[in-house]
Design a protein. Structure first.
Length: 294
């Protein structure tokens, strides 16, 4: 079943659970309800909101990830279900014991896939598109040649060719739009990893000791361009600040049809497929990640 993404941004909202449904109220009146089992991602994006512990627990038991955003729409906390897979402990051991050469080869595949997906959203006649495709062919194990960074320079220069753009978390728009999209993507990937029995903190490339979502940051890389393209669309529409329409467009990326290793379906399902294949690779059952861009 394809899980739903629910975003709460109306001030004064009150969330509680009733007969296994998440009920949303405002000013004492019910404005909506969603079966907890249908929720994959719950985004809380308003400081004036209250939620019962029972509602949080019901969402967790149903496998939902809960994202709490600050005033700048950046995530301040992500609650993930820890018991999403009955073989959780066994799989985390396999993840922790994966050899470095295996992790480097997996990162090579991730970078190659990301570069190939980036080319899908650039004009066919643009010279940077062919240059990125050539870069993708030469990615080394562990990306020791830093092909990802070189490709990113070419990609951003082509995607936002008409403006002076520098990708930075705290940079000028459209960085704010990209940040929101990546927040949604990161939480979705982290949830999928937990569902596959993996721990999102144990990365194959990202490894900062203060990053609790290193593996999510690894696996989300090939999926970033699907959000970048929507930001480009919003920018062309004149959008400079995050509003309800921007959120709807960016959240809609999760249900957009994409192809992952020849299997076509919603992006959220593709992420789940990638997470499941990642475990198989870390456990030595496969050497090929299921990724977009192939």
């Amino acid at each position: 079943m394809i899980k739903r993404t629910v975003e709460i941004s109306s001030p004064g909202s009150y969330l509680h659970v009733e007969q296994e449904n998440l009920v949303i109220e405002r000013d004492g009146s019910e404005i909506g309800r969603v079966p907890c089992e249908d929720i994959g991602l719950l985004i809380l994006d308003t400081p004036r909101l209250s939620m019962t512990q029972a509602a949080m627990n019901a969402c967790a038991q149903s496998g939902a990830a809960i994202v709490v955003c600050g005033p700048d729409h950046h995530p301040n906390a992500i609650q993930l279900p820890l018991a999403g897979n009955v073989l959780h402990a066994q799989r985390i051991r396999a993840q922790a014991e994966a050899k470095k050469p295996v992790q480097k080869r997996l990162w090579q595949q991730v970078v190659q896939a990301k570069l190939r997906v980036q080319t899908q959203f650039l004009p066919k006649a643009h010279p940077n598109r062919n240059r990125i495709m050539e870069v993708a062919k030469d990615v080394k194990s562990g990306d020791t040649g830093n092909a990802e960074a070189f490709g990113a320079k070419l990609y951003w220069a082509a995607l936002f060719e008409d403006i002076k753009f520098r990708r930075a978390r705290d940079g000028e728009p459209p960085n704010n739009l990209l940040n929101y999209g990546y927040m949604v993507l990161r939480a979705t990937v982290a949830r999928a990893l937990c569902g596959a029995g993996l721990h999102p903190a144990l990365g194959i490339h990202h490894s900062h000791r203060e990053n609790p979502f290193a593996l999510a940051d690894d696996l989300m890389e090939p999926y970033r361009p699907f959000f970048d393209s929507r930001v480009r669309t919003l920018w062309d529409m004149g959008k400079r600040e995050i509003d309800r329409e921007c959120k709807e467009v960016l959240l809609g990326a999760l249900s957009a049809p994409i192809s992952v290793d020849g299997n076509r379906g919603p992006l959220m399902v593709g992420i789940q497929r990638s997470a499941a294949s990642l475990y198989q690779c870390l456990a030595g059952e496969s050497d090929r990640l299921a990724l977009p861009g192939r």
